[in-house]
Write a protein that binds this ligand. Structure first.
Ligand code: SF4
Length: 382
């Protein structure tokens, strides 16, 4: 088990190295995909390795001239990586327009990487609109056609179905780990869980799935420490939270029992139907996954994030909520007041942690987190 976790950790820490190694080994294409709404299945069916583009931990240097310093760490890091030549190995980049800041980043990448095809596709944001299904089908049809032009051959429906089946299997295995964590039957740390999900975003899916199957065979029932205070982790769109923050939760006496992070449950929440026309299945997946885990970058009259979070905290029997908000993430900032009010009304402890790409003052965060856990403890005792 430890050996598999180490493979996941290495892939998560060095996504470009492992993608380059895959490319060298197979001679295949690597397609970078921007978070959070485009399925990797189509790129996989095109024979490519889809890799979700990650924030790295390098300081922003050369990128400073091309991106506003009031953009989120993810955007600034991506621009910086592009200008450092880190994406030169990518054969194409698949962009969505899920927030205004990413639009600027797409332009910088187009400017700095003129030889790299940038497949820019616009997904409808109003998910409950009557025309949403048709528009989404059109977008995925366009992407399908663009990928066919990129590889110079048609992508048969059967290949897309096979990729959907593989990705579903991968998601379902990670969800099983989530269920075990929720029910306290597994003592994986927050850091280890992030490695599992993040490596799934960047590794060859068949290999990752095979490793997950072995991991689940080996995983012994090793319950989480009984005295740990159960917490739910929310937020952090697009980018993985710093591992030190996840460690801090545990150092302060907590255990994360569930989350809606993109580098977490959000990424694996929803499967794509394996029957019927794949284009319909992909469009349905896009429209339905917001009901499983609402996203502040989408508009859907039938769901809201705060109600989802109240229910998720209750279901996971968490004593409180820790919200990780990337600094300058506008979609998250717009929703936070609603979440805050809902949790205050219910008297459920919550803690907002604003995260930064640059180094953070961990000592003062530790004090705030200890206070949060003290409040949660008293509530449990009351
Ligand atoms: S949604 Fe937030 S984290 Fe994602 S790119 Fe936009 S501002 Fe950054």
């Amino acid at each position: 088990m430890q050996q598999i976790l180490e493979i996941f950790e290495t892939a998560a820490a060095h996504p470009h190295e492992q993608a380059r190694a895959w490319k060298q080994e197979t001679g295949g294409r690597v397609i970078g995909i921007f978070p959070m709404h485009f399925p990797g299945e189509l790129a996989h069916a095109a024979g490519a390795l889809p890799v979700i583009i990650q924030e790295d931990d390098q300081p922003i240097t050369v990128g400073l001239s091309s991106v506003f310093n009031f953009y989120c760490g993810y955007n600034r890091s991506v621009v910086d990586q592009a200008m450092r030549g880190e994406f030169a190995f990518l054969d194409a980049i698949l962009f969505g327009d899920h927030c205004v800041q990413l639009l600027g980043t797409a332009d910088v990448l187009r400017d700095h990487m003129p030889a790299t095809p940038i497949l820019f596709n616009q997904l409808i944001t109003t998910l409950s609109a009557p025309w949403a299904m048709e528009e989404t089908r059109k977008t995925f049809r366009q992407l399908w056609t663009e990928l066919e032009a990129l590889i110079g051959r048609p992508i048969p429906e059967e290949d897309v179905r096979a990729s959907i089946r593989l990705f579903n299997r991968n998601r379902s295995l990670i969800r099983r780990i989530y269920e075990m964590r929720r029910s306290g039957r597994i003592a994986l740390t927050g850091r280890q869980l992030q490695h599992i999900v993040k490596s799934s975003m960047v590794m060859d899916k068949a290999r990752h799935t095979a490793l997950l199957e072995t991991l689940l065979e080996q995983v012994a029932d090793a319950p989480a420490p009984e005295r740990a205070i159960r917490v739910y982790l929310s937020g952090h769109l697009c980018q993985a939270p710093k591992l030190e923050i996840l460690d801090l939760v545990e150092q302060c006496g907590g255990v994360v029992v569930d989350d809606d992070l993109y580098h977490g449950f959000r990424y694996i929440s929803t499967d794509i139907a394996e029957e019927g026309p794949p284009l319909d299945a992909l469009a349905n997946w896009y429209l339905q996954r917001n009901k499983r885990v609402p996203c502040p970058t989408r508009a859907d009259k039938t769901t809201d994030w705060e109600t989802f979070l109240l229910g998720a905290v209750k279901t996971s029997q968490a004593a409180g909520l820790i919200i990780l908000m990337a600094k300058f993430c506008e979609p998250h900032m717009y929703f936070y007041p609603e979440i805050k009010e809902a949790f205050e009304r219910q008297g459920i402890p919550y803690l907002l942690v604003e995260t930064e790409h640059e180094s953070m003052a961990m000592e003062s965060l530790k004090t705030r987190m200890e206070t949060f856990f003290e409040v949660a403890k008293r509530r449990i005792a009351a």
